[in-house]
Design a protein around this ligand. Sequence first.
Ligand code: PLP
Length: 491
Amino acid sequence: MFPFKTSIQFDRKSNQALYLQLSNQIIQLIKSQKLAPNTRLPGSRTLAEQLHVHRKTIVACYDELLLQGWIESIPKKGTYVHRNLPVLHQQKLKDDEVFGVNNNADFSFYKSSILPKIPTEKREDFMYLNDGISDTRLTPIDEIARTYRNVSSKKMIYEHLSYGSTYGNGTLRNVLVEYLNSTRGLNITKENVLITRGSQMGIWLSAKLLLQKEDVIVVGNTNYVSADFTFLNQQVKLERVSVDKNGLVTDDIEKLCKRHQIKAVYVTSHHHHPTTVTLSAKRRIHLLNLAQHYNFAIIEDDYDYDFNYNHAPILPLASHDTNGNVIYIGSVCKTVAPVFRVGYLIASKDFVDEAAKLRGYVDRQGDALLELTFASFIKSGDLDRHIRKVMKIHQQRRDLFCKLLNDELGGFFQFETPIGGMAVWIKLHPDYSWDTISEAARKHRLEIGDWRQYDAAKLGHNSIRIGFATYNEEEIYELIKRLKHAITSTL
Ligand SMILES: Cc1ncc(COP(=O)(O)O)c(C=O)c1O
């Protein structure tokens, strides 16, 4: 008889019922062939006595195993391990592997050789440079939580808890129509709005709908690196044009149009990513005219529209587009906090319809409760109040950061104080290298990050983008101190 008494162990502190603990252990014994097919199992009374449990536990366990097909009950004979069970070929796991989380899949799958992994791990004692993100300590989390609670306690909420529109929540779409028409000078209706989970989803959807293998998309010779990869993942030809103090050089785009059929131009017109420059009015008009003439799409990524320190925000290209050339993309992720994955893609109705359809197959729908929360947050004026509040703080941080950069590190860097956004574009003196400095910085608990991402075109400009908005005054002093120590230690 199989030694159940020594093979089965119960954890009486566990939340798992005893009959399930027993059935799981019997399954393991069957899988490991310690209990072979056709083995007779003891009667419920006998096994209950052996294991010191109630007979009902054994009956429930056998019922469970019968239901799952591991055992069979043969009338007048007894209960047996199912005679037709095939042998499960299990690989012996290495010591550090836990069952079910083997490190290597036993099937082939496609790994992208284009998309790099997005780094997420952080050490607590380190300071990390970023390319311009907000300080989450300034997030109006209480107001948002209160709004979320109010929204969720309404009677009509139940309809929003089910499957909904792939276009996003209707209330938010309506609120955005009003908000974007009045703040961005757009002239849209609800039909032109698709709610996304942040700008990145808008870029991805646009790439999927506009681009296929060998298609040409134009970007700056410095460009937002995630957009580059999103396009490259479509196996496109990325044509890079120069960026100067007036933004993308549209004359270069015109020259390209004469040579190739261009499907799209990606532009961060408000504050070019990474250099922070603004696309001039002349070039805006030129680009719109080119788009109309050569029938290409302009993907306008207005990722940090809200933060302008010396002037009113500049209206996007989308506000001048009457021909349906512009796909306008934005989100609350920079303005409020990256965790709130609420963004929008604004375009002609036919494009929005197709994007909504596609979105439904990667992410069935957005988070309707969060979308309703933001609808209310925007409509009540809370978003604008938040923007006004943080803008003052950002401006002070920008001023301090740029002052210290100048006072403490002026001999090493060249930069313009940005008129908007949350980052500075900093050129390191050609005698020094970011490679050496970032290695030295690590010794001072400062992570500079992948500085090469800013020079995908290998121009050798020796510049990187450093965000200032995330750090308070004390942290800005600390950051500059660490950077200075790092640089001077390399001399
Ligand atoms: C230029 C630019 N576009 C888009 C994004 C993505 O933003 P979101 O968090 O809204 O997806 C970022 C984020 O860093 C960005 O810098």
